[in-house]
Ligand binder design. Structure first.
Ligand SMILES: [Zn+2]
Length: 392
C-alpha cells in the first residue's frame, strides 16, 4: 500500500503544530486540545472534555459516528498530549520541529505526538468513509507524571457506558505489538521528628535515623518480592522490583535531623504484590511511629502516593492484538519495561494494545526524533484500520 503524499504532508504539518505547543506535564494543555478538537470537529466528530480540578489541564474524547453500524466494536485511538521536560544540550529548538536526514526532531515527536498527528490527519479520511463502527480519539493530559489525566477520562467513559471496543495506545513501539507491562507505583514517605543538639541524641527524635530503618525494611521486603516471583512470569526481571530513588534530610553534622523524606518506587508484576508491599511497609511505619511518639507526640510518618500506574496484563486471544496483527501481519507479542495508560482501558473491559510509530529509544532524550518512515508506517496502519471499519 502506498500512502498518499498529501496525507503524509498533512501529518507532518500537524506534527509540527503539535510540537509547537509546550505541553510539558503539569502545564496547561488546553491550546493543544482546542487545536485537536477543531480538526476533529471539522471532520464532523462530536466530543467532550474532562478537566482537572483547577480547570487547567484537559482530556479530550471525540467520536466519528458509524454511518452504517453493523455491530462491530468501536476503535479507540489513544494518546497522551504531554511531553517530558527538556534538558540543556539540544542541537535544535525542542519546540520548533525540524526535519534533517528523514528524521523529524522535536520534543514529543516520537513520544507521542507522532501518533496523534497521524490519527488527526487520518480523521478526514475516516469521516469520508462509510464507517461501520465508531472511531474514537482519546487525548489525555499528564501521562508522563504517573497517568494523572487518564483516570479522570476513564471514569467519564464508564459513566457514559463506553466500555467496550478495541483501544490502540500509540506509544512508540515501531508499530510492534506490546501486550503487557508491569505496574509502576511511586511514593514519597515523609518523616518528622524533633531537632536537637547532636551531642545529646536521646533528647531529639532523629527523622533521618527512622527513615534509614524504613529504607532497610523496604530492602528486606524487596527480597520477599523476589521470593514471591510467579512461576510463569513473562517479565524481565521476572519478579516485582523495588528501588530507592533518594533520601533527603537533615541540615548539619551536629544537628539532630527533624525532617527526612524517602523517594521510592516499585514495579509489581501483579496486583497482589503491590498490596502485600504496601500493607507490610505501612504496618512497619505504624510501629516506627509509635516509637517516635513515645518521645515526641507530634512526630509523624506520611506516605504520599506520587502515582500508581496499573499494570497491563497479557490476555490470550486478545481482540485488540489480533486486530492489529490482521493489519500489520505481525503476530509477535512483546513486553516492555515502561508504563502506559493501557491498563486503565483494559480495566474497564476495553481490549487494549500498545502499538505506535517511533522508537522508545528516542523518547525522553535530548534531540528526540521520529523517523519519517515511521509516520508512513503508521498511516499505512490507519489505512488498514479504515479498511476494517467500512461497509462498501
Ligand atoms: Zn509516552
Amino acid at each position: 500500500m502506498k500512502i498518499d503524499n498529501i496525507l503524509f504532508e498533512k501529518s507532518i504539518k500537524i506534527l509540527k503544530d503539535l510540537i509547537s505547543f509546550k505541553t510539558i506535564s503539569g502545564e496547561n494543555n488546553s491550546s493543544l486540545i482546542n487545536y485537536c478538537e477543531d480538526i476533529l470537529a471539522k471532520c464532523g466528530a462530536t466530543s467532550f472534555k474532562v478537566f482537572d480540578d483547577e480547570g487547567k489541564r484537559v482530556n479530550l474524547f471525540a467520536t466519528l459516528k458509524a454511518k452504517k453500524p453493523n455491530g462491530k466494536e468501536p476503535i479507540i485511538l489513544s494518546g497522551h498530549t504531554d511531553v517530558v521536560p527538556v534538558s540543556k544540550g539540544w542541537s535544535t529548538n525542542p519546540f520548533i520541529a525540524e526535519i534533517k536526514n528523514d528524521k523529524l526532531y522535536g520534543r514529543g515527536s516520537c513520544d507521542m505526538k507522532g501518533f496523534l498527528a497521524c490519527s488527526l490527519a487520518f480523521a478526514e479520511i475516516f469521516s469520508k468513509s462509510n464507517l461501520s463502527r465508531d472511531i474514537h480519539f482519546s487525548l489525555t493530559f499528564d501521562e508522563e507524571t504517573a497517568c494523572i489525566g487518564a483516570p479522570l477520562l476513564i471514569k467519564e467513559l464508564k459513566k457514559r457506558k463506553i466500555t467496550n471496543g478495541i483501544c490502540i495506545v500509540g506509544e512508540p513501539t515501531e508499530m510492534k505489538i506490546i501486550d503487557s507491562h508491569k505496574a509502576c507505583h511511586e511514593y514519597t514517605t515523609f518523616f518528622e521528628g524533633l531537632a536537637g543538639h547532636s551531642s545529646k541524641p536521646d533528647e531529639g527524635v532523629n527523622a533521618a535515623e527512622y527513615a534509614s530503618k524504613y529504607v532497610n525494611k523496604l530492602m528486606s521486603l524487596r527480597n520477599d518480592l523476589i521470593n514471591r516471583k510467579p512461576k510463569d512470569s513473562i517479565f524481565v526481571p521476572a519478579h516485582s522490583t523495588l528501588s530507592i530513588g533518594g533520601i533527603f534530610g537533615g541540615i548539619a553534622h551536629n544537628v539532630i535531623a527533624d525532617k527526612c523524606h524517602v523517594n521510592w518506587e516499585t514495579r509489581p508484576v501483579n496486583k497482589e504484590d503491590g498490596i502485600f508491599l504496601n500493607s507490610e511497609i505501612d504496618k512497619y511505619a505504624d510501629d516506627l511511629l509509635s516509637e517516635m511518639k513515645k518521645k515526641y507526640p507530634n512526630a509523624s510518618i506520611k506516605k504520599k502516593i506520587i502515582g500508581e500506574i496499573i499494570g497491563f496484563n497479557r490476555v490470550n486471544n486478545s481482540k485488540a492484538c489480533e486486530f492489529v496483527s490482521s493489519i500489520t501481519g505481525d503476530n509477535s507479542r512483546e513486553v516492555v519495561s515502561f508504563g502506559t495508560e493501557a491498563g486503565l482501558f483494559q480495566e474497564i473491559g476495553i481490549s487494549t494494545v500498545v502499538c505506535g510509530p517511533g522508537s522508545i529509544e528516542q523518547a525522553h532524550k535530548i534531540d528526540e526524533f521520529i523517523e519519517l518512515s515511521e509516520i508512513k508506517k503508521c498511516l499505512n496502519f490507519l489505512e488498514g484500520v479504515k479498511d476494517k471499519s467500512v461497509v462498501n
